[in-house]
Ligand binder design. Structure first.
Ligand SMILES: [Mg+2]
Length: 320
């Protein structure tokens, strides 16, 4: 009995030692595999870093406040779907707008011509009024430049970009404009690009097929006349004095109604007040990058630092 017991104990001890050695070996192999994986990852990251252009500081670019918005406009299929959807809906409204002689997209209180705007002039020609930036021309290339340079808007860099005349058409815009021309609906571009940029704007609109080379001056730029300031009502009013305006298309509340210096609450009230116009006579394009909404949040002071603007944005977001 004693011999069997000793034998059994020795066997148990041997099995224990073998098991322990096996566990140690497995852990070592696992540790080695983790180490190898880490070294491989580190090495591939290093290679990837070296392949990047040395002039870009991507860690700075990653923190730019317009990064997500610009990526969305430039790469998201959803952005293109929304702009096409908007233009398809606007095109659908054209026929009924032409046929209905009382149809106008200009609210009586946005124009000195008032509610009598159509009286006695049923045969006046018809038109649509369109904004340019982020409505028919996609300037996300400019936002890209700003982000990669970790910079923000300036008149100089904007003018340089516009003079390159490289902005593509917003998806759906050209097809809408083609339909307008087929139906004899005049197209006017009311833009807050400065008049000094009008020749480049014209060329960009021609190269994207949204203006003909022999078209008359249908671009109404800011400062083209002393009274043509950033508010667009005066220009809309001037067009409405001669045309029946069927539709307004833009990416900013200012493209539809006078909103200058309105705060966020006043802007929301305006949006609600004209809710029956949206999708019927007024068509809004998406622009997550900039707009008068942002000025309503930050106060629009040219002297504000980036940190101060961010503080005001966070204040608005938090509701404090
Ligand atoms: Mg615009």
């Amino acid at each position: 009995m004693k011999t069997i017991s000793l034998k059994s104990m020795a066997t148990t001890l041997l099995i224990g030692v073998v098991t322990l050695l096996a566990v140690i070996a497995t852990q070592e192999a696992s540790a080695q595999s983790v180490l190898l994986k880490y070294l491989r990852t580190k090495s591939s990251l290093k290679q990837a870093d070296e392949s990047k252009p040395r002039t870009l500081n991507l860690s700075v670019a990653n923190s730019h406040e317009d990064l997500d918005a610009t990526l969305w406009v430039r790469f998201a299929a959803e952005y293109k779907a929304i702009t096409r959807q908007t233009y398809v809906a606007a095109t659908r409204q054209l026929n009924s707008a032409v046929a209905n002689k009382n149809w106008t997209a200009i609210p009586s209180n946005d124009s000195a011509a008032g509610s009598s705007i159509l009286e006695g002039k049923p045969a006046r020609p018809v038109c649509v009024i369109m904004d340019v930036d982020e409505t028919v021309l996609d300037n996300s290339g400019y936002q890209r430049e700003l982000i990669l340079a970790d910079s923000s808007f300036s008149v100089e860099s904007w003018s340089r970009f516009v003079n390159q005349k490289v902005s593509p058409a917003v998806p759906g815009a050209k097809s809408f404009i083609d339909t307008c021309r087929r139906l004899n609906v005049a197209v006017f571009f009311v833009t807050n690009r400065d008049v000094s940029l009008e020749p480049a704007t014209r060329e960009n609109l021609i190269s994207t097929g949204m203006m003909g080379p022999n078209d008359p001056d249908i671009i109404f730029s800011k400062n083209e006349r002393p009274e043509w300031t950033s508010g667009k009502s005066v220009r809309r009013e001037m067009i409405a004095a001669q045309y029946r305006v069927l539709l307004l298309l833009g990416d900013d509340l200012n493209d539809f109604v006078f909103v200058k210096k309105s705060n966020l609450e006043q802007r929301s009230k305006l949006e609600r007040r004209y809710q029956h116009y949206w999708g019927q006579r007024w068509f809004m394009l998406p622009n997550p990058d900039y707009g008068s909404w942002e000025i309503a949040v930050t106060g629009g002071s040219k002297n504000s630092t980036a940190a101060e603007k961010t503080r005001l944005k966070m204040k608005t977001l938090s509701g404090q």
